[in-house]
Design a protein around this ligand. Sequence first.
Ligand code: ZN
Ligand code: ZN
Length: 496
Amino acid sequence: MITRFSVAMTGDTAQDLTDHLRRADGQEDCAFVLWRPSTGATRTTALLTAVVHPREGERIVRGTVDFTSAYFLRAATLAAEHGCGLGFIHAHPKGHGWQRLNTIDYEAEASFAAQTQVITGRPLVGLTFAAADAGFGARIWQQQAPRHYAPTEAESVRVVGGRLAVTLNNRLLPVPSVTNRQLRTVSAWGQAAQDDLARLHVGVVGCGSVGMLVVEALARTGIQNLSLFDFDTVEELNLDRLLHATIRDVRLHRDKANLAARTSRRAATAPHFQATPYELSVVEPAGFAAAADCDVIFSCVDRPWPRAVLNLLAYAHLIPVVDGGIAVDARGGRLRGAEWRAHIAAPGRACLECLGQYDPAHVQAERDGSLDDPAYITGLPADHPLRRKENVFVFSTSAAAAQLNQFVTMTTAPGGIADTGAHLYHLTTATLEHREDGCDTGCPYDGMRTLGDDAPVTVTGPHPAAQQARDARARTVRRWPLRARRAVDDLLHRLR
Ligand SMILES: [Zn+2]
Ligand SMILES: [Zn+2]
C-alpha cells in the first residue's frame, strides 16, 4: 500500500497537457495518461510517460466533461500493453494551484478505479489541472477492501525540465510559518517562491568540501528537509577544505554525513527543519531508494559510479541532479590554472555522460573495485581526473556557489529564465563557457526518460569501500572510552 505519493512529469508532457486542457471556450476537458512507478524508500512517484489524446467523439464536452467507454478501454488496453498504469486528468478552467477532489470528481473517478486496477494491474491515478496557473492536484486509488477503492492524496506534482515547477499539497506539506530569519532572502524572490523552495526535499550526495558548503547554504536559505549522503569519515587531510570540521571530529572518527546533519541543524532558518544523515553511497540499494525520495539532488561526488547512478535518477526517475566539479592544473608543483563546472542533468538538458563528467568505462572499473586499487590508479595517465588530488578551499566555495546558482536559477527562474545551460569557468582567463544543447542523439539516459523502476539496467550493487568505512567506525566506536567521549561531545554541542 502506497502511503506517501507524488506525481512527476517532464516539461514537454506538462506543455502537451496544458495545450489540450486549457480551452479557448473556457469549458472543462479531459485526457487519459500512462504512468510508471518510481519507488523510493518511503515515497512512490507516478511518472507520466504519455498522454493518450482523445479521438473524435471519444469525449463529450458540455460544461462538465465526460468520456465514452470506448476511450477508457482504448487507453486502459494501451496501458496494459506497455506495462504502464492508467491515469485520468480533467481540468478546472478557473482553478489556481493545488486542486482538491470534490464530490462530483470523487464519484466519477471511483466509478472506474476497480476496472483500471483489473485491466492494468496498477491503481488508477487521478489528476486535476488548474487551468488558470497550470497547477495540478493528484491522488492514487488503492483497494482498501473487496470492491472498495479510496484515494490517497499526493504530496506534490512536479514538472521537471528547464524549470522545476512544483505544485504542493498544503494539507500534507503545510506552508512554512514566516519568520524574520529569512527576511532578506524572501525580499529577493518573494514569499511564494520561498514557500515552494522551502518545501522541496533536497538531497546532497557527498558531504565533502563542496557538499558541506551546499548543505550550509540550503539550511540558511530555509530548505526544511535535507537528506545527506556520505559514507566517509572525517580525516586530518580534510581539514583545509571541510567547513565546520575540527581536529576533534578527526579524533572521534566522525562520519561526514552526521557532521553535515549536525552543522546544518545549527545553521537552519526553517522552523521545522529536518536533516537525515545516510552513511551510505547512492550506489548501494538503500542509498538509491533514499535518494529516490528527493525532489532534487546535489551531486558533490568525484567518482564515476555514483555519477552514473545519479544520471539515471535524473532521466528515468525525473529527479533533477545539480552536478559540478573542480579541476586544478598544478603540473610541476606550480598552479597553472583551475576550472570548475556546474550543470543540471534533467530532461531537455545534456546529461552527465554527454557532458563528459564521467567515462562509462570507469563506472565498470569502480564497480569491480579497480578504482580502489592503487595499482590501477597509478596505471592511469598522470593528468587523469581520477589521479588528481589537488584542491583548495577557495575553489570549493566557487564550485559550490556555481552549483547553488544553477539550483536557484532552475527553481526561481530570474527574469523568467530557468535554464542557462552547463557552465565551465576558467580561473586563468576569467571566462565562462556555456553549453545549452541537450543530450547527444542516441544517449541511453535520455532514452530512459520516465521509465522509473522499469528502466532496463541495474545500477546499484555492493560497495566494499563504503562497507569498510562503516566497519572501521563501528570498531572504534565499540571501544567504550571513545564512545563516551563522543556522547559527551554531542551533548556539549546540543547545549551550546
Ligand atoms: Zn473537477
Ligand atoms: Zn546524455
